[in-house]
Design a protein around this ligand. Structure first.
Ligand code: C2E
Ligand code: MG
Ligand code: MG
Length: 400
């Protein structure tokens, strides 16, 4: 039974534009050769547009088969490709439509495969997605979000909340993580997880990041003027913002303008930023670190960064993802894993923050394992600036 998959080559236009169409043609030949070289699977391939292929998978019995073969295609395409002394990391966005469930004719399958592929592109590319009936609704929701961002910035619909990070040894406040909150006038609260990947793709994230940096640094200044100092303030930096030229200059200017000590400012970046852009990102981070700003590697363990890479990153902390903390008191294996991460980080002179601590037992165990800092609902949910002030900062002031 045939299954239809719709493959879009993510970086194709960039290659055509920078190296010319003959390089683009070489890439297409390279991809078809790669697929031909896969002796285990046969692909019926046709080129639909400049950077789009359709593939019919024959002889597949179930969804798992389709997943396995689609992952294989992604894996083949992701192999680095060189031409004219340039090396490229190619990726693809793949939409899947299933015959006969999604459609029993070529046009429907093509339409639905294309929609599923478009969804992958909106969500950050380099992945696959099966067509689902509600996909049309989702795509229009995503488009709605993208159209609303500019207005949201202009009308100050975005706010920041701040979640305390606690020194596990003393129980004192170590810092705050700024978290973005968007209350849309009609749609209500929309989670950052829903729109950050979308606006990374459109590039609107750069405006949002500039806005967030300004709001956070201005808030730190307001607190400073009231005498609240000696704690760190962190901001999440998306991958694209990290790659933007001059993030260090922007930050330096803002910190100077508001008279904030860079040593009390933290940028949280994720591992995925480094997968394709290692050197680029490291250069930006070195610039930021030179200012004295600290850098935390967020969601540690969920991306693909290797230990060798960890050694070369200019970071000060790692934040262990909540996923590893969830079962730490119930699973000996998870406990050992977290202990290993903590020891490894300490051996590299890095501080460790555990994210998503929800119980006293988790806190106690992490403390016992030597974890430095903790964050999570057990201590506090993300709070408005005014509540941070009354609950936490008044104590910081008292301690000074
Ligand atoms: P993150 O940076 O890892 O942030 C931690 C997330 O975990 C936050 O969700 C926080 O509310 C949640 N959290 C903290 N403690 C607990 C806990 O004990 N239990 C549970 N269940 N959750 C906990 P939030 O605010 O929804 O943010 C989700 C993600 O969105 C963030 O993950 C970050 O990747 C992204 N994000 C948030 N704000 C920004 C921002 O200003 N800029 C960028 N680029 N990304 C942001
Ligand atoms: Mg974070
Ligand atoms: Mg995190």
């Amino acid at each position: 039974m045939g299954r239809f998959i719709f493959v879009y080559i993510d970086n194709f236009k960039q290659i055509n534009d920078t190296l010319g169409h003959s390089a683009g043609d070489k890439l297409l030949v390279h991809i078809s050769e790669l697929l031909k070289s896969d002796k285990e699977n046969i692909y019926y391939l046709s080129k639909l547009g400049e950077d789009e292929f359709s593939i019919i998978l024959d002889n597949v019995n179930c969804r798992e088969d389709v997943i396995r073969r689609t992952e294989r295609i992604l894996e083949l395409i992701r192999q680095p490709w060189s031409t004219d002394n340039h090396e490229f990391h190619i990726s693809a966005s793949i939409g899947i439509a299933m015959y006969p469930d999604d459609g029993d004719n070529f046009y429907d399958l093509m339409k639905y495969g294309n929609m599923a592929m478009y969804h992958v592109k909106q969500k950050g590319k380099n992945d696959y997605y099966f067509y689902q009936e509600d996909l049309g609704k989702r795509i229009s929701f995503n488009t709605f979000i993208i159209n609303q961002i500019k207005r949201a910035i202009a009308e100050e619909q975005f706010k920041l909340q701040y979640q305390p990070i606690i020194d596990l040894k003393t129980g004192d406040l170590y810092g705050l993580e700024s978290l973005l909150r968007w209350h849309h006038p009609k749609r209500g609260y929309i989670s950052p997880l829903e729109y950050i990947p979308l606006i990374e793709e459109t590039g609107q994230i750069l405006d949002v990041t500039s806005y967030i940096l300004k709001v956070a640094i201005r808030q730190k200044k307001l607190w400073q003027d009231k005498g609240y100092q000696g704690f760190h303030l962190g901001v999440n930096l998306s991958n694209k913002s990290l790659m933007k030229c001059g993030i260090d200059v922007e930050l330096e200017k803002l910190l100077a303008e508001y008279d904030i000590n860079p040593k009390e400012f933290v940028l949280e970046v994720t591992e995925t930023a480094f997968v394709d852009n290692v050197n680029y990102c490291i250069d930006s981070l070195i610039g930021v670190k030179k200012l004295g700003v600290k850098i935390a590697l967020d969601d540690f363990g969920t991306g693909y960064s290797s230990l060798a890479q960890l050694r070369s990153l200019p970071i000060n902390f790692i934040k262990i993802d909540k996923m590893f903390i969830n079962n730490i008191t119930k699973s000996r294996q998870d406990e050992l894993l977290v202990k290993t991460i903590i020891d490894l980080a300490h051996n590299m002179d890095l501080g460790v923050v555990a994210e998503g601590i929800e119980t006293k037992e988790q806190r106690d165990l992490l403390c016992q394992l030597g974890c430095d800092y903790g964050q999570g609902f057990y201590f506090a949910k993300p709070l408005d600036a005014i509540d941070v002030e009354s609950i936490y900062l008044s104590k910081v002031k008292a301690n000074v």
